[in-house]
Design a protein around this ligand. Structure first.
Ligand SMILES: [Zn+2]
Length: 243
């Protein structure tokens, strides 16, 4: 549903006020204060429709998922079935400095912790480029990474040498965040290729995972691991297992 422009303007201004960003130019003096946003996170029935009206509050909803909804990201023989997965619809902060609504598919055991992580990221205005299940990319990890998409569940093998083995993503217990800003350096490959611009990890740019930074601390707070000390650092990858 489209909103009239004045409404959107007020809603955006409300978002800025809640964000408390002192560096913004002051709003016109002719304004009256915009209405307060809803007090309850459950009072937003349109939160999952897109394009959503910008909301400065974090909203999350967890739902069951069917095989049909998982599409190309799942098939018979995968280590976990649809009944063990959850589709979490939540608010994230974009690189455009505005709130957005996205979806991430994770194992039911971690849905609450993942929601906590994204609530923290939203509160700190940590930018996420996009948040869609990999089915939106035909189940292709490469396509999802190239689009700088943040995602979790994907029934696929680990990108590694040696015998094929399930990735932790195939269990819905790993998340790749902003793959372009946080590439996987595998031998002489950089995944995705556009991530080559971010091989220098010493210069912080928005969306990057860095030691002591918002992203790494948010995952560490729920016990998830970020293991980039080896020969093939995977900067985008956070998981329950450290693999
Ligand atoms: Zn990963």
């Amino acid at each position: 549903m489209r909103r009239s422009k004045p409404y959107r303007f007020l809603a955006f201004a409300a978002a800025l006020l809640v964000a408390g960003c002192g560096a913004r130019p002051a709003e016109p003096a002719a304004w009256s204060p915009p209405p307060a946003p809803p007090a309850s996170t459950s009072a937003s029935p349109t939160a999952t429709s897109a394009p959503a009206t910008p909301a400065a509050r974090f909203v999350a909803a967890t739902a069951r998922v069917t095989a049909a909804e998982l599409g190309k990201s799942w098939r018979a023989g995968c280590p976990v079935g649809p009944e063990s997965l959850r589709r979490v619809t939540l608010t994230y902060w974009g690189f455009d400095d505005r709130p957005h609504t996205g979806v991430i598919v994770v194992h039911e055991d971690v849905a609450a912790d993942v929601t906590t992580v994204f609530r923290t990221l939203f509160g700190k205005r940590f930018p996420i480029r996009g948040l869609e299940p990999v089915d939106a990319y035909g189940g292709s990890d490469d396509a999802s990474m190239a689009a700088d998409n943040t995602s979790a569940f994907n029934c696929r093998n680990a990108v590694a040498s040696g015998r094929p083995s399930w990735s932790v993503h195939a269990y819905g217990k790993a998340i790749d965040v902003n793959p372009v800003e946080n590439p996987y350096v595998f031998g002489d490959k950089v995944l995705p290729p556009a991530g080559r611009e971010y091989l220098d990890r010493s210069t912080y740019r928005p969306g990057m995972a860095v030691k002591g930074g918002v992203l790494v601390k948010a995952f560490a707070a729920v016990g998830w691991k970020w293991n980039v000390g080896g020969a093939n650092p995977d900067y985008q990858h956070f998981s329950t297992t450290g693999r």
